[in-house]
Write a protein that binds this ligand. Structure first.
Ligand code: BG6
Length: 489
């Protein structure tokens, strides 16, 4: 693996620890080698020391000196003046040849571009010019793959351009776009819940489902990521990718198999059928967190965060109402929301069923009555809850909602790997199902572009909301207009 952006936040916190964890779990071949490509003036030993520090801090498995030594033997660093530095690519080429001779890498290369997207084209081109990246046919050896991190553009047109720039160098099957939500066990489990059970599928349609809520809430703020986040905002940062992927998996038809092509095709059909309401204003809400007290701690507002323009209109909260124009989903609203500095960190999908016809239970409070829901907890406390109606003990026939709960922690002794472990391993094995392809990315932008364009045309700042709250007032109004309310997780 050759990693560009190896000194960046993502590499330090997630990628390098994930590589160590894979090694520690015995998932990496003995020949595995990692070449860091960057500006620092490091030799291989200094690079290894840095990696070790990040591994010790971020790895999920215990530190084992023997495993570390074996991994460290394959660490190399190529110093470059920048992504345009031809001499550095030549040194990289030599390093890759040496690694093939010394460690038996077989000439198989995964190039991890953990760098800003405006450099994807330059790096891909340089790799191609220097004969390091090749267009390979599917399944051929040696292979040459590229891993790219979001944001894949900032709208449909730029995503299209970016996709073409990368696919001019790498065959489309060799491009692995990371959406780390797809690496999460609980997201993959959505497929199992839906298609390995008999129970849900007959009810999974507009005859029985009232609406779906998809929430990704974080309690943290921007965490020093101003240079990335400003001008991006919640919609581009997480709705375009993570939330729309969750929507696609929740709503898609059963694929013929888990083959990449079958799975992606079904997701694309949903994304293509997503209906953007004509009244964009009433189908969306945006906000910015203010300063205040969050769980006993004073926190600064978004506009006072370091590195921000104090007039920034970047949203830290976004919510949308979307419909899906298919026979299965016609008339069922999908409500999506995500924000920073909300009440707590939680990602969940709530599928709320229609009220049961109340012919018998006159004592029941209509609001409480028989509105079943399936709550899929993506994180934390991974699992699912089924909300049922039950008789309250005592005389009479009072009804109350009760929860039936499945939690990973109680049901499994097996540990879930970190999303990045799973995804990195899949790249090396050449398994593409968990990576969105070109078209999915563009279709997701197509859904959001009208909302974002409208927001960008507005003069006013996004609506303020207090840290620790559940977002701006307009987000609550979004559901209230339909006679519904967000679930408080
Ligand atoms: C990333 C976003 O994709 O996901 C971040 O860029 C966000 O802004 C992060 O904090 C959240 O990931 P997770 O796995 O903690 O839900």
């Amino acid at each position: 693996m050759v990693m560009f952006g190896v000194t960046g936040d993502l590499a330090r916190k997630k990628l390098l620890p994930a590589l160590y964890d894979l090694a520690n779990r015995g998932r990496l071949p003995a020949s595995f080698s990692l070449v860091g490509f960057g500006r620092r003036d490091w030799n291989n030993e200094e690079f290894a020391e840095q990696v070790k520090g990040h591994v010790r801090k971020g790895a999920r498995t215990d530190f084992d000196e023997g495993v570390w030594q074996r991994l460290a033997a394959g660490l190399r660093f190529v110093q470059a003046e920048g992504f345009e530095d031809d001499a550095a690519y030549q040194r990289l080429g030599q390093e890759l040849v040496d690694l093939q001779d010394q460690r038996g890498t077989g000439g198989n290369h995964a190039f991890y571009l953990s760098i800003p997207p405006n450099s994807f084209e330059t790096v891909s081109q340089k790799l191609s010019t220097h004969g390091l990246a090749r267009r390979t046919t599917s399944g051929a050896d040696p292979w040459s793959r590229v891993i790219i991190e979001k944001p894949f553009g900032h709208d449909e047109a730029s995503a299209h351009e970016l996709n073409h720039a990368v696919e001019r160098v790498f065959a489309s099957n060799d491009v692995f776009r990371i959406d780390h939500y797809l690496g999460k066990e609980t997201v993959q489990n959505l497929l199992a819940l839906r298609f390995a059970n008999r129970l849900f599928e007959p009810l999974w349609n507009n005859q029985h489902i009232d609406h779906v809520q998809i929430t990704m809430a974080e309690d943290i703020g921007i965490e020093g990521r101003a240079s990335y986040y400003d001008g991006v905002g919640a919609a581009r940062d997480v709705v375009q990718n993570h939330l729309l992927q969750l929507l696609a998996i929740t709503a898609m038809e059963e694929p013929i198999s888990f083959d990449a092509d079958h799975l992606r095709r079904e997701k694309e059909k949903v994304l293509e059928a997503v209906q953007v309401p004509s009244d964009l204003a009433s189908a969306s809400a945006r906000g910015q967190y203010t300063s205040g007290n969050q769980e006993g701690q004073e926190v600064v507002g978004f506009l006072e965060e370091e590195g921000f323009d104090p007039t920034s209109t970047t949203e830290t909260y976004a919510a949308f109402t979307l419909g899906i124009r298919t026979r299965r989903w016609d008339g069922v609203p999908f409500y999506l929301r995500s924000g920073k500095r909300l009440g707590k960190r939680v990602t969940e999908i709530v599928v709320t069923f229609k009220h049961a016809p109340n012919l018998l239970f006159s004592e029941a409070d209509e609001d409480e009555f028989g509105q079943n829901a399936l709550i899929i907890r993506i994180q934390p406390n991974e699992g699912a809850t089924l909300r049922l109606a039950s008789k309250v003990p005592g005389t009479g026939m009072q009804i109350r909602g009760v929860d039936m709960d499945f939690s990973y922690g109680r049901s499994f002794t097996e540990e879930s790997p970190e999303a990045y472990e799973r995804l990195i391993l899949d790249v090396m094995l050449g398994e593409p199902p968990l990576f969105p392809r070109h078209r999915e990315v563009e279709l997701s932008w197509r859904i959001l572009d009208p909302f974002i364009t409208r927001w960008e045309s507005l003069e006013e700042q996004p609506e303020p909301y207090a840290p620790g709250s559940w977002g701006p007032e307009s987000a609550h109004e979004l559901l209230a207009r339909d006679g519904r309310a967000w679930r408080v997780p």
